[in-house]
Design a protein around this ligand. Sequence first.
Ligand code: G3H
Ligand code: 13P
Ligand code: ZN
Length: 353
Amino acid sequence: MIKNIKINTIKINTIKITNIKINNIRIKNHSSIKNKRKFRGGKNMLVTTKEMFEKSMKEHFAIGAFNVNNMEIIQGIVDAAAENKSPVILQASSSAIKYARINYLMKMVEAAVEEHQEVPIALHLDHGPDFETCKMCVDNGFTSVMFDGSKYDFEENIRLTKEVVDYAHAHGVVVEAELGKLAGIEDDVNVEASDAMYTDPEQAKEFVERTGCDSLAIAIGTSHGAYKFKGEAKLRFDILAKIKELIPNTPIVLHGASTVIPELVEMCNKYGADIPGAKGVPDEMLHEASKSGVSKINVDTDLRLAMTAQIRKVFAEEPSAFDPRKYLTPAREEVKNTVSHKIRDVFGSNNKI
Ligand code: G3H
Ligand code: 13P
Ligand code: ZN
């Protein structure tokens, strides 16, 4: 018979230890590393995607989620967001985190947040491959994580996603999940075009209900990288409409959504690159998606092209230049212009702060 229960929590720096005693017998000694929110003044100014997504669904626009790897890319993105008064999502894949190193990444994002306190900025893990990676990001202060279980079967995807949701929600972090398969390369996962599978709307509803995920990435014809379509670009807006009908309050995410901006591809090729026949999702389709219930649009390839085009130009036109600032300054400016164009002319997230 239970006579008394004692729960005692002590905190040593960021470690929280909870002792639970029933009838004087210790049954649980649970310690957890508290979400490291160490931004200036002890205040983390990063936001989750919750509010920005609510606004996007109400006012029919999309938020750009831009992949980051280094300082110049981060600066270009947040400068554009600030100039256009737009909320923004900075996202890092596990290989980007490996490249930049987590401590550098957090400090650079911290600096961006400090410099642009008026801009709602979320930090998101892109294509989290497993629970451990998601947990590591939650523990380090990310405000949103994606668990990408799209390579698993439906039941296994639900089981693994739910594990991440339980942990992330307990720490105030939101979770994006994925259902359906995109063609192309997703981090370490290479999905053949023939294996790509559109998201089933009925399954999407069941998946969201059973996992409790906060947003859902769907497959409607986009794919990662610079070669998205062999012939004409085509997206299944009918599937998107059906999904929105069944789960109207779930923010929808579009991966593989770079335009593969023709001018940037041309510029890269003009200055020595070999990227023939690259093709992305036209701006008009992304604009339609933004108006039709897509809340988050992922962009990586266009930023890679922007940087590469400008760096190649400097190398080709000024062979004597070897100061990295000489080529990284125009590269950062091109990232900013590219992000500004998307925010203002395509996603419609300008003046939405
Ligand atoms: O969807 C994948 C993103 O473009 C990230 O690519 O793993 O090469 O950083 P990455
Ligand atoms: P792109 O390759 O089209 O830029 O897609 C990026 C992406 O989906 C990141 O998750
Ligand atoms: Zn993606």
